[in-house]
Ligand binder design. Structure first.
Ligand code: NAI
Length: 355
C-alpha cells in the first residue's frame, strides 16, 4: 500500500498552483487547474488529481501548452458554437467553453458547444457538475490518446474517450456520473504491476490482441461491454473530434509522445435546460425520488448498499472537504519540493512507459 499524507484541500490547491506557475503557467490558469485537480482528488478520482501535476509541469515547461492562448467563442447558431482553445491548458479552456455553453443553454434551452484544440482537460465530472449547479442537465465527452483496441482488433485505435452526465436535484448535490469507455483505466494496470498482481482477463490485451492477465504484457485496453463500449468511444470521437475538424482515432495525439507539441484535443458539451421540457421543481424532486428508491433496494451479496450512479464520488468529496485529501507521499514530497519536473514523461509511450 502506498503511504499517503492527509492534506487540506486549500493547502493542496496552493501547492499545485505554485508548481504550475513555476513551470510557466499564468496565475489565472494555474489556479483553475489546481481547483480542478483538488476536486478530482477529493472525489476519489485520483487518476486525474495531483498525480498529473508533474506531467503538466513538464509539458508546460517544454512548450506543449500555449501559455497566453487567444480563446475565441464562435457562435454558429442560436444553440451551437465552437470555442477555439488555442491549445491553452485544458482545464482552463474547458471551463471557458462551459461558461459559454451555460449561457447559451439558459438563453435558448439547449446548447451544443464544442471545444477545438486544447490540452488534457482532466475529469469530466468537474464540468457537468457545474452545469447541474446552474440547474441544467449536462453531458460532456472528450477525446483522449489512442490506447484501446477496437472490438476484435489487435492494434490500438480509439482513446479511452470518457462521457459524463449530470442532473440537478431538489435538496441535494446533483447526480453526476462520469466514466471512461474502457473497462479500466491504465492507472489500474499500473497499480496491479506495483502489487505484482494478475489482472482480470477482461481489462486489456497483449500485443497479439489476446486477453491477458499479466499486467506487464498489456498493449491495449478493452472497451466496456465489448462492441457496446466500442460504439460509445466511436460516438465520442465523432462528436468531440471529427465534428470539430480535429484529428480522430489513431491520429489523436499521444499524451507523452512529444511534450513540445500541442495536443489539439476536442471536447463537447450538450446542455439542456429542463424547464423547456417540464416543471423544473417537479423534475428535481423526481430525481430525488429516484435516488430514494434506489437507496431502498436491498443490496446483493457482497454489497453494503445500492448507490446512485456516481454517488461514491460525492461521498468521497464530502469526506475530503471535512477531513482532508489523502495524497500519495511521493506526490506530496514532489509538490513541496523546489523541483519543477524530472524530465520523466518525454518520449514515453501512450501508457507513460519508457519506449
Ligand atoms: P470509474 O470506473 O472509477 O467510475 C465510473 C463511474 O462509476 C463513476 O461515476 C463512479 O462514481 C461510478 N461508480 C463506481 N462504483 C459505483 C458503485 N458501486 N455504485 C454506483 N456508481 C459507481 O471511472 P473511470 O472510468 O476510471 O474514469 C475516471 C475519470 O477519468 C473520469 O473522471 C473521466 O472523466 C476521466 N477521464 C478523462 C480523460 C481525459 O482525457 N480527459 C480520459 C479518460 C478518463
Amino acid at each position: 500500500m502506498n503511504e499517503t499524507v492527509a492534506v487540506k484541500p486549500e493547502e493542496l490547491h496552493d501547492l499545485i498552483q505554485n508548481k504550475l506557475e513555476k513551470a510557466g503557467l499564468k496565475k489565472e490558469h494555474a489556479t483553475e487547474v489546481a481547483t480542478h485537480l483538488v476536486f478530482a482528488d477529493a472525489c476519489g478520482i485520483h487518476s486525474h488529481g495531483a498525480v498529473r501535476v508533474e506531467y503538466y509541469a513538464e509539458q508546460i515547461s517544454k512548450g506543449g501548452v500555449t501559455l497566453d492562448p487567444k480563446i475565441e467563442f464562435e457562435k454558429t447558431g442560436p444553440s451551437s458554437g465552437i470555442v477555439h482553445g488555442d491549445n491553452g491548458v485544458g482545464q482552463y479552456v474547458a471551463l471557458k467553453g462551459l461558461e459559454h455553453a451555460i449561457e447559451m443553454a439558459k438563453e435558448s434551452g439547449v446548447a451544443v458547444v464544442g471545444i477545438s484544440k486544447m490540452a488534457h482537460s482532466g475529469a469530466l465530472s468537474y464540468y457537468v457538475k457545474k452545469a447541474a449547479q446552474e440547474e441544467l442537465i449536462g453531458i460532456a465527452m472528450c477525446q483522449s490518446d489512442p490506447m484501446v483496441v477496437p472490438f476484435g482488433g489487435k492494434e490500438n485505435y480509439f482513446g479511452t474517450n470518457p462521457i459524463a452526465f449530470s442532473a440537478p436535484r431538489k435538496n441535494h448535490e446533483p447526480v453526476v456520473f462520469d466514466m471512461a469507455t474502457t473497462v479500466q483505466a491504465w492507472g489500474k494496470i499500473l497499480d496491479a504491476r506495483s502489487k505484482n498482481k494478475e489482472i482480470p482477463n477482461t481489462w486489456a490485451v497483449d500485443k497479439d490482441g489476446n486477453p491477458t492477465t499479466d499486467p506487464y504484457a498489456v498493449n491495449g485496453l478493452l472497451p466496456i461491454a465489448g462492441p457496446k463500449g466500442y460504439g460509445l468511444m466511436m460516438m465520442v470521437d465523432i462528436l468531440a473530434g471529427m465534428l470539430l475538424g480535429l484529428p480522430f482515432g489513431k491520429h489523436v495525439s499521444s499524451m507523452y509522445d512529444d511534450l513540445t507539441e500541442k495536443r489539439n484535443l476536442g471536447q463537447l458539451y450538450i446542455l439542456i435546460d429542463p424547464k423547456r421540457f417540464t416543471n423544473l421543481e417537479v423534475f428535481k424532486e423526481t430525481i430525488d425520488s429516484m435516488v430514494t428508491e434506489l437507496h431502498s433496494i436491498p443490496p446483493a451479496n457482497g454489497f453494503d448498499q445500492v448507490y446512485y450512479p456516481g454517488e461514491i464520488n460525492q461521498i468521497s468529496y464530502e469526506k475530503a472537504l471535512a477531513s482532508g485529501i489523502n495524497v500519495v507521499k511521493n506526490i506530496y514530497d514532489y509538490l513541496i519540493s523546489d523541483d519543477i519536473h524530472f524530465d520523466y514523461y518525454e518520449n514515453t509511450n501512450a501508457f507513460g512507459e519508457k519506449k
